[in-house]
Ligand binder design. Structure first.
Ligand SMILES: Cc1cc2nc3c(=O)[nH]c(=O)nc-3n(C[C@H](O)[C@H](O)[C@H](O)COP(=O)(O)OP(=O)(O)OC[C@H]3O[C@@H](n4cnc5c(N)ncnc54)[C@H](O)[C@@H]3O)c2cc1C
Length: 418
């Protein structure tokens, strides 16, 4: 008998889990919003560890309008070359590329994975405009805001950082207690490749069909200065510019608006922020309107991700700061692992054991990413102290070589691992 599974949230985690679980089970996804895949939203890195799992499941790269990452260019604040790393995971890790893609494009393809008849199993039912308001973890019941009741053998909380399912699992309605901020924000804007084509400073970034990747520069001219600019291709036509710095006066705005995004920050304010430490080449990238400020947050390491018939995945369980570019990757890994662990479970009696095994399999890996992400951002968090910093080689070896839950459980190493 297939299990009846209710997934709360139709984001990266909810749709990937629906894709991996529908092969064997009956899946319903409750998404609070309307899924619009035509928006031109932010870009993200889907690295070999997660891309590999999606590709094996049948995701089509040609549907993603993506670019394959081949380089990481480390520059000085004046855009002089410091180090160029050939970051092509196809060569290093047995064929799996790392890609840069717009979030909506990825989500659209995940929707196909969850609902198209081209994939095994019955298509998942995706119910939009269904905001989960209440969850009874012991009974496996979920109520949406409009009073509808959904019952399942398993309830999956894929409802992001402000998860209602997490509140139910932790028995704490004050969900903000598990979310941490670090006096860090990211100013973010999008550019077209055309905008950069005439700028000789960034010739290395403006031909994404030949080379694509990420340029980054740090400025740390004193203990108070920890600023960091990233520029990366997000499709064959577009780039994203991200500048990390202190929240300063924006903290109050974030707090009072109870939002993690402040839209349309004045260009002059952003230029003023980076001009003292960075040269014109980088600062000019922010001389555009439509710059948003994103508050950098994560979810603290939780003692549990499950209770009764409910389990958390993705950002609901373990949102990480974005500096290591692994939030979605960990979420997709979660979804694949859950699909694997539940593949032969045909009655609700088998579920408690799976929930416990899932967390045992995933927790250390996610904690490792959280720590590395803090280190990259110069973030000092409780629990990170007195530990040797994670090197980029160690991170690559442990994270980018991942081959899925089955191999992780059997302890087998991929032949490409160093
Ligand atoms: C600016 C930025 C850049 C990033 N870059 C990268 C990157 O380069 N690489 C990377 O791997 N990760 C990146 N991430 C992180 C990544 O976006 C998240 O880790 C990922 O989206 C987590 O997926 P999720 O499904 O758990 O949560 P989400 O994608 O947030 O999805 C949650 C879904 O649940 C829905 N929902 C919420 N509450 C309810 C409710 N009550 N009822 C029903 N539905 C609900 C929401 O509408 C949403 O659709 C970045 C994040 C940001 C903000």
């Amino acid at each position: 008998m297939p299990l009846k599974i209710i997934i709360c949230g139709g984001g990266i985690g909810g749709l990937s889990a629906a894709g991996f679980l529908r092969a064997k089970h009956q899946v319903t996804v409750l998404e609070r919003g309307t899924l619009d895949f035509t928006v031109d939203d932010y870009g993200m890195s889907i690295v070999s560890n997660a891309f590999n799992l999606l590709q094996k499941a049948g995701i089509k790269p040609e549907n993603l309008d993506m670019v394959v990452m081949t380089h990481v260019w480390t520059r000085t604040p004046n855009n002089e070359e410091l180090k160029t790393v050939h970051f092509d995971t196809r060569a290093r890790f047995g064929g799996a590329p790392s890609v840069l893609v717009k979030r909506a494009k990825l989500q659209s393809e995940l929707m196909r994975f969850a609902t198209s008849s081209e994939f095994p199993g019955a298509p998942a039912e995706i119910i939009q405009n269904a905001k989960v308001a209440k969850v009874d973890t012991a009974a496996g019941k979920v109520w949406t805001e409009d009073g509808k009741l959904f019952e399942g053998d398993l309830i999956i909380g894929a409802d992001g950082i402000h998860s209602v399912v997490r509140a139910a699992i932790l028995g704490d309605q004050d969900i903000s207690a598990s979310i941490k901020t670090y006096d860090t924000l990211a100013f973010m804007t999008q550019l077209s490749i055309e905008d950069l084509r005439s700028d000789p400073n960034f010739a290395y970034l403006s031909n994404p069909t030949a080379e694509a990747g990420l340029a980054n520069a740090h400025a740390s001219s004193g203990p108070q200065v920890n600023k960091h600019i990233l520029v990366y291709t997000t499709s064959p036509h577009s780039l994203q510019v991200v500048g990390y710095t202190s929240e300063k006066e924006f903290s109050e705005q974030f707090d009072s608006a109870k939002k993690a995004i402040i839209k349309d920050v004045p260009t002059a304010r952003v230029v003023e922020e980076f001009a003292p430490e960075f040269g014109e080449a980088f600062v000019n990238l922010f001389r555009h309107d439509k710059i948003d400020a994103w508050r950098i947050r994560d979810v603290i390491a939780l003692d549990t991700w499950y209770s009764g018939k409910a389990l958390l995945i993705g950002d609901a369980a373990h949102a990480v700061t974005p500096l290591a570019g692994q939030g979605s990757n960990m979420t997709i890994e979660d979804a694949e692992a859950l699909g694997y662990l539940l593949r032969d479970v045909d009655s609700s009696e088998g579920i408690p054991d799976v929930l416990q095994r899932f967390m045992a399999l995933r927790k250390d890996r996610v904690d490792f990413v959280r720590r590395r992400s803090h280190e990259i951002g110069g973030i000092r968090a409780e629990g990170d102290e007195d530990r040797e910093p994670i090197t980029s080689e160690e991170f690559a070896r442990k994270i980018y070589t991942y081959q899925g839950a089955e191999k992780a459980l059997s302890g087998q190493k991929h032949p490409g691992m160093g």
